[in-house]
Design a protein around this ligand. Structure first.
Ligand code: HEM
Length: 536
C-alpha cells in the first residue's frame, strides 16, 4: 500500500514538473479522447441498451428519439420552425405505432382514453412530473406542486372561490368588464379602426381575473391598443417555453443571477421584456401582499381568493402561505386565466365569422332571450337555453374542443408500484404524457375532427364524445378556474354576437390562426377585425 502511494506520488510529481504548455496539451488531448469515447463508445452502447434491455424496450416509437434526450428534444420541439410542433408529429406517430409511443429513454406518449382516465382520475397515484413543472416562472405556485397532499391543501383553500355559486356572485364584475370591452369595440367601429381582438380578449380576461382575485383590476381594457407593455412581455415569455422545457437549469440559473446580482435598471438595459415581466410579477406580488396586510389588520370583509391562505388551517395541517407562495399564486391565476380564456374567445369569434350560417342561427337564438342588442342577459338565462337545441352552448363546447387552451402534453410519473397501461408494463418513474389535442381530434369519435362543427353536439347522445372531451383536464389537478372561464365564455360570446358584427381586417389570413403548443396554444398571428354595431 505504502509502495503504491509512493509510486502515485512520484508520477504526480513528474507530471507537475512538465512545462505548462505541454501540460495544457495533455489536458486537451485527455478531454478530446473522453469526448470521442463518449460519442463513439458510450452513446452507441447506451442506445443499444435503450432499444434492447431497457424495461421500455418493447414500447414502439421512432428509435432515433432514443439516441440522446437533448438532441431529440432540441431538434424535435425547441428549435426553428419545429418549435412547439411535437403534438402534430405525435399524432402521426400514434397512427403509425399505436396507442403508446416511446419518445425518450423513460418517456411514453399515450393515446388511450382508458389509460388517460386511470392517470387523471380523482385519487390518482400518478403525480405531476417535477422536472417539467418545477419551472422558474411558476416556482412556489400551485401549478408547481407535485406532492398530492400539499397540492390538495393549497387547492382546497382556493377552490371555494371558484365554485359555480362563488362565480355566480361575481357576475356583476364579469358583466361590467364585458360592457367596457364592448364599448371599446363599438367605439372602434365608429372611428373605423381595426381591433386586435386576440389582445382585446386577453385584456378582458386579465381584468376579470385580477378584479376578482385581489380586488385590483389591472385596467388592461383601458390601454388604447389593448397592448399594455406587460402583455407584450408575457407574449415573449410564453414563446420561450419550448426552449425552457429543454434547458430548465439554464433559465433557473439566469433568473437567479439576474435577481441576485442585478438591479432592475440593469436588467432593463439588457432585456426590456424581462424587466417588464418582472415588473408585472411585482405588481401581482404587491397586490396580494397589500391584501394580506389589510386582512392581518382585521379587515375581513374584503374579497380575496387568497383569504384562506393568509391564515393557514391547523386542523387540516395547512401552514400559513409564505409571501413567495402568495405572490406565485397571484401571478399564476392571472397567467392561467388570461391566455387560455383569451385564446378560446379568439377562436370562437374567428369561427363564427367563417361560418355565417352558424352565426345567424346563434343570433336568432340569442334574440329570444335578448330582445335588444344591449339587453342585460345573465349566465343563468343562457345556461337554461334548451341543451339539445342551444347553438350558444354548442358553439362554446365545440370551440373548447378545438381551441386546446392547454393542448398538451401533460406529464405524470408512474407511481412506485409501476403500472400497466395500454398493454405495456411501465416501471416506476416512467414519465407518461397525454395530450388533450390528441383526444379532441380522435377521428373515430369526432367525425371530420378538423372541422369546427358545433352541430356535432346537438344530437341526443353525446356520451362517447364527452368521454373524450377534457379541455379543463380531469381529476385532482384539473383546472381550478373552470367555472370562471365558462362564465366568461358564455357571457362574452352571447353579448358580443348580439351587440356587434365582426369582419376580418385587411391583411388578416387564416394562417394567423394556426398555432403551436408551448404549454398553452400560441397562434402564429393575431385576429384583427373591423367592428360594426348592430342596429336591432
Ligand atoms: C378556457 C379557459 C381555460 C382552460 C382551457 C384551462 C385549462 C386548464 C388545464 C388543462 C389545466 C391543467 C394543467 C396541467 O395539468 O398542467 C389547468 C390548470 C389550472 N388552471 Fe385553467 N384553464 C382555463 C382557464 C382558467 C382560469 C380562468 C383560471 C383562473 C384562475 C385558471 C386557473 C388554473 C389553475 C390555477 C390551474 C392549476 C391547477 C393545479 O395545478 O392544480 N384556468 N387549466
Amino acid at each position: 500500500m505504502q509502495h503504491s502511494l509512493a509510486a502515485a506520488g512520484d508520477m504526480a510529481a513528474q507530471i507537475l514538473s512538465l512545462p505548462p504548455l505541454t501540460l495544457l496539451g495533455y489536458a486537451f488531448a485527455g478531454l478530446a479522447a473522453s469526448a470521442a469515447g463518449y460519442v463513439v463508445v458510450y452513446v452507441p452502447l447506451r442506445f443499444l441498451y435503450r432499444i434492447t434491455l431497457h424495461p421500455l424496450a418493447k414500447v414502439p416509437g421512432p428509435r432515433w428519439m432514443l439516441i440522446s434526450g437533448y438532441v431529440s428534444n432540441v431538434y424535435w420541439n425547441a428549435t426553428g420552425d419545429r418549435q412547439g410542433t411535437s403534438l402534430f408529429w405525435l399524432k402521426r406517430w400514434h397512427e403509425q405505432y399505436g396507442p403508446m409511443v416511446r419518445t425518450a429513454e423513460d418517456v411514453v406518449h399515450i393515446d388511450d382514453i382508458d389509460a388517460y382516465n386511470q392517470i387523471f382520475k380523482v385519487g390518482t397515484k400518478f403525480p405531476k412530473t417535477a422536472r417539467f413543472y418545477n419551472h422558474p416562472s411558476t416556482k412556489h405556485s400551485l401549478l408547481d406542486i407535485t406532492d398530492f397532499h400539499e397540492a390538495h391543501l393549497r387547492r382546497s383553500a382556493l377552490a371555494p372561490y371558484f365554485s359555480k355559486q362563488a362565480v355566480r356572485k361575481l357576475q356583476d364584475l364579469i358583466q361590467a368588464k364585458v360592457s367596457r370591452f364592448l364599448e371599446r369595440l363599438v367605439d372602434s367601429g365608429r372611428s373605423n379602426t381595426t381591433v386586435n381582438l386576440t389582445r382585446g380578449f386577453r385584456c378582458l380576461a386579465c381584468d376579470i381575473v385580477t378584479g376578482y382575485s385581489y380586488e385590483q383590476c389591472f385596467d388592461a381594457l383601458e390601454d388604447p391598443d389593448f397592448s399594455p407593455t406587460w402583455l407584450l412581455a408575457f407574449e415573449s415569455l410564453v414563446k420561450s417555453t419550448a426552449f425552457q422545457a429543454v434547458f430548465p437549469w439554464f433559465f433557473a440559473a439566469l433568473g437567479w443571477f439576474f435577481q441576485t446580482f442585478m438591479s432592475r435598471g440593469s436588467i432593463r438595459a439588457i432585456s426590456p421584456m424581462m424587466a417588464q415581466m418582472l415588473d408585472f410579477s411585482d405588481v401581482c406580488r404587491d397586490a396580494v401582499l397589500r391584501q394580506k396586510a389589510r386582512w392581518n389588520a382585521g379587515e375581513t370583509e374584503m374579497t380575496s381568493i387568497f383569504q384562506q391562505l393568509f391564515e393557514g388551517d391547523e386542523k387540516k395541517g395547512r401552514k400559513r402561505a409564505t409571501d413567495d407562495e402568495l405572490a406565485a399564486d397571484a401571478l399564476l391565476t392571472v397567467s392561467a386565466g388570461m391566455d387560455t380564456t383569451g385564446h378560446t374567445l379568439t377562436l370562437a369569434s374567428y369561427y363564427l365569422v367563417k361560418n355565417p350560417d352558424v352565426q345567424a342561427r346563434l343570433l336568432a337564438e340569442l334574440k329570444t332571450v335578448m330582445p335588444t342588442p344591449t339587453f342585460p342577459v345573465t349566465e343563468e338565462t343562457l345556461d337554461q337555453l334548451p341543451l339539445l337545441k342551444s347553438v350558444q352552448q354548442a358553439v362554446i363546447k365545440e370551440t373548447l374542443r378545438f381551441s386546446h387552451g392547454v393542448p398538451g402534453p401533460l406529464p405524470r410519473d408512474v407511481p412506485p408500484t409501476g403500472a400497466t397501461l395500454s398493454g405495456h408494463h411501465l416501471p416506476a418513474g416512467t414519465v407518461t404524457l397525454n395530450s388533450h389535442y390528441i383526444y379532441h381530434t380522435n377521428a373515430s369519435v369526432f367525425t371530420n375532427p378538423m372541422k369546427w362543427a358545433p352541430d356535432r353536439w346537438l344530437v341526443p347522445d353525446t356520451r362517447e364524445m364527452d368521454r373524450y372531451f377534457m379541455p379543463f383536464s380531469r381529476g385532482a389537478r384539473m383546472c381550478v378556474g373552470m367555472n370562471l372561464a365558462m362564465a366568461e365564455l358564455t357571457i362574452t360570446v352571447a353579448r358580443m354576437v348580439r351587440r356587434v358584427e365582426v369582419s376580418f381586417a385587411e391583411g388578416f389570413t387564416d394562417a394567423d390562426m394556426e398555432w403551436r403548443s408551448l404549454f398553452v396554444a400560441v397562434q402564429n398571428g393575431f385576429l384583427t377585425v373591423n367592428i360594426k354595431e348592430r342596429e336591432d
